[in-house]
Design a protein around this ligand. Structure first.
Ligand SMILES: *Cc1c(COP(=O)(O)O)cnc(C)c1O
Ligand SMILES: [Zn+2]
Length: 389
């Protein structure tokens, strides 16, 4: 009988000041720096004892990477079948050029129809292992559904604060899965204020983006999976629809860990942030060479997952984009709608507007000759279009 893989999680650290946090306790973020904190692993141990082919031969899904994830007890590795999403090659995109290696990583296959499942699966699994039973989250929509799916599995409670104009399917989904749902008159930033107050009042655990360390670890598995999908040769470019930046920061971390294990080389994809032109705080910071992103006023876009006026992990996002020689661009809602129709009609993918934004960004970057049609490029479709009807 094969032994179960063991987590090598051994440290939490603030990337700004280096302060260490105990892994035995529930942790949030570094209040000295107002920065997220990140998990660390005993990578030399993994390097010595685990072969990448062994991981490739395990059952598919995020827990095949258990050595690089924070949950110690197999009893708390909750699963609804998240991860192992298809990488679909785009063959006839309806553009003037013919891309040779353009792919969509289709995250709509995740439980609850979006990649938020990866992050919330990890956050709830780890918090449950540490004894948490009440969770609170502000959400543009998809994170709420994902949270309550895993709290259902954990026999725990989810308290969700969602803007009242969030897509109806998100609201209904949260209710059917048993959430305590509060609809908020305002944006996700307003929902976040109410969630924070409720958390303080009732002692609920706040799983807002980057206010706890493990949603990023869950989304890190997208980067680990891409390495495996491409036989340990990373793509040239990754185009990512960026709200809070969990996935982008998570993937960048994944690549560092894989290189430390010797499972990939030095080559890195150029990381591209895509935002909506009416809510583009990270793009603005990138273009003005700022270290931090200033809050965006009057944020508006049909891509609810991108309607995030402030990214708590702005420093980490900008660092990954710059270190990778990447870039940050914005697209209009009209461009998203056009790109969504193309992906649907030409490729059979009914993407979320956020996913369509990456295809619109690809077209822009091809036109600017920033991407060559021969380059291996991955677009992220982060949710199904069905959640936006
Ligand atoms: C949350 C969300 C995003 C943004 O994800 P981050 O990793 O937090 O930047 C993008 N697309 C969809 C569909 C989302 O729900
Ligand atoms: Zn700090």
């Amino acid at each position: 009988m094969e032994t179960l893989p063991e987590s090598t999680y051994n440290m939490l650290r603030c990337p700004v000041c280096g302060r260490e946090f105990s892994i035995q306790k529930v942790q949030t973020y570094c209040t000295d720096c107002n920065s997220p904190i990140l998990a660390e692993y005993n990578l030399p141990h993994v390097k010595k004892h685990l072969d990448r082919d062994e991981v490739a031969n395990r059952p598919a899904g995020i827990w095949r990477w258990a050595e690089l994830l924070p949950v110690f007890s197999p009893d708390f590795r909750f699963t609804l079948g998240e991860g192992a999403t298809p990488l679909i090659q785009i063959m006839h995109p309806g553009l003037s050029i013919q891309p040779r290696a353009l792919y969509v990583k289709d995250e709509s296959f995740n439980p609850t129809g979006s990649f938020k499942a990866r992050g919330l699966c990890m956050a709830v699994s780890k918090a449950a292992e540490l004894g948490i039973t009440d969770y609170v989250i502000p959400t543009a929509g998809n994170a709420g559904g994902a949270l309550v799916a895993y709290t259902a599995l954990a026999q725990a409670s989810a308290h969700i604060f969602m803007p009242k104009d969030a897509p109806k399917p998100n609201q209904i989904e949260a209710q059917i899965l048993g959430a305590d749902l509060t609809l908020v008159d305002g944006l996700i930033t307003d929902a976040a204020k109410q969630a924070k107050a409720a958390a303080a009042k009732h002692g609920w655990f706040d799983v807002s983006t980057f206010k706890e360390p493990f949603r990023a670890e869950g989304k890190k598995t997208m980067g680990l999976e891409l390495a495996l999908d491409f036989d340990w040769q990373l793509p040239d470019v990754i185009i990512y629809p960026t709200g809070g930046g969990t996935g982008l920061v998570g993937m960048w971390k994944a690549f560092k860990e894989l290189e430390a294990l010797g499972w990939i080389g030095k080559q890195r994809p150029r990381m591209v942030v895509v935002q909506a032109d009416q809510c583009a705080p990270v793009v603005r910071a990138f273009q003005t060479n700022a270290e931090r992103a200033q809050p965006w006023e009057n944020a508006q876009t049909i891509a609810s997952g991108l309607r995030v006026p402030v990214a708590f992990a702005d420093r980490l996002i900008l660092e990954a984009v710059r270190d990778s020689q990447g870039t940050a661009i914005s697209v209009t809602d009209e461009e998203m709608i056009k790109a969504q129709a193309l992906l649907a009609k030409k490729e059979g993918i009914f993407s979320a507007p956020e996913g369509a934004a990456t295809f619109a960004a690809y077209q822009q970057l091809i036109n600017q000759k920033w991407i060559h049609p021969d380059e291996k490029v991955v677009l992220f479709n982060t949710a199904t279009g069905l959640k936006y009807i």
